[in-house]
Design a protein around this ligand. Structure first.
Ligand SMILES: Cc1cc2nc3c(=O)[nH]c(=O)nc-3n(C[C@H](O)[C@H](O)[C@H](O)COP(=O)(O)O)c2cc1C
Length: 331
């Protein structure tokens, strides 16, 4: 399979962009668990890409491919410039955030409030597409505030698709811009998968990935009967072994044990430790690996108590694995 085919195929399973969570260390860990999935960065504002510390904001490990940068912003020229910079850094895709409802983001008139401005989104996507050769994609909601109409949502997609953009990730609920926190906006507005399914049915030429509340293998397969891909957010983060099982289930291969997977991440960890990265920044992403398993709590406890100590290194991870194995034997 060529790199291009691998990239195409990775649309079927992806890990959502999540601020403070899907940083490069998290993505490197997820890559070990899910060799075929597409990984998304946290949202980075276009202006930060242009003016900020690029190594910190854009740097990633080669193992992370296929990896997409998610941009925030609403200025076509800035987004185009940021997209080009990201392409030069080696990102496989540039994604525009049309789903974040935080106050900070609304103050900047980007994120979810762009659902009300399809023409501006189209202008942004057109500018980005002109600037780069890698795919430019959109992650959006079903609508915002009082928008309750499938036809409005479909019209938003059509306006953006008229630029030539074919790939959409639909977080299948709307967002309330006033009165709900971002966290509540991931829970309170009801999921309406059927809107995403209908979109795909009516516009088979578009590729639609479905996001929101997908947390089991059964749910993943059920969604793939209607869409081209699934994007996992919180479930992948809190229960990373699910991500592994999803990758195996969709792409084949043999399931590996949790401890084996973690040890496969060790070379990455050692490289980062040697560069002065503290263990806690790495291991915070693995705390859920034994989620729901005997010993899962012990694993989490050993790592969260020990990883912040000066000089903490891989030995602590082995200690956590040993305590976990003992707890399992005792169970
Ligand atoms: C901690 C956290 C941070 C998030 N940050 C982003 C972000 O930067 N960009 C974005 O498009 N969505 C963001 N989201 C939303 C997720 O990408 C996803 O759409 C949402 O969590 C629903 O999927 P899930 O039910 O599988 O978690 C974030 C979600 C969480 C939990």
């Amino acid at each position: 399979m060529t790199a291009a085919d691998r990239f195409e195929d990775s649309f079927r399973l992806s890990v959502a962009p999540m601020m403070d969570w899907t940083d490069r260390h998290c993505r490197a860990f997820h890559r070990v668990l899910a060799p075929h999935a597409r990984l998304y960065t946290e949202m980075v504002h276009a202006q930060a890409v242009i003016h900020g510390d690029r190594q910190r904001l854009l740097g990633f490990d080669a193992s992370e491919h296929p990896v997409a940068l998610q941009l925030g912003g609403a200025d076509p020229a800035h987004l185009a410039q940021a997209a080009l910079i990201a392409q030069d850094w080696g990102y496989d895709e540039i994604n525009l955030n049309v789903g974040c409802p935080s106050d900070r983001v609304q103050a900047g008139r980007f994120g979810a409030c762009l659902m009300k401005e399809p023409a501006l989104v189209a202008e942004c996507i057109a500018a980005m597409r002109d600037a780069v050769t890698v795919p430019v994609t959109v992650k959006c909601r079903l609508g915002v505030d009082e928008q309750e109409d499938y036809a409005l949502f479909a019209a938003f997609i059509d306006t953006v698709a008229a630029t030539g953009c074919t790939d959409f990730i639909v977080h299948a609920r709307k967002a309330w811009l006033q009165g709900l926190s971002p966290k509540e906006n991931r829970e309170i507005p009801p999921l309406r998968y059927e809107w995403a399914h209908r979109l795909k049915r009516e516009r088979p030429q578009l590729r639609i990935a479905i996001n929101g509340g997908i947390a089991t293998l059964e749910a993943i397969h059920a969604q793939l009967a209607h869409g081209d891909g699934v994007m996992l957010g919180r479930a992948a983060y809190h229960d990373p072994y699910l991500l592994h099982r999803a990758d195996v289930s969709l792409y084949g291969g043999a399931e590996r044990e949790r401890a084996e997977l973690l040890r496969a991440w060790r070379p990455y960890v050692e490289t980062q430790l040697a560069q002065g990265v503290a263990l806690k920044h790495l291991t915070r992403h693995v705390l859920g690996l034994f989620h729901g398993r005997p010993g899962g709590r012990a694993f989490r406890q050993v790592l969260s108590e020990g990883a912040h100590r000066a000089g903490a290194d891989w030995a602590l991870v082995e200690q956590a694995l040993a305590v976990t194995a003992n707890a399992r034997r005792a169970a």
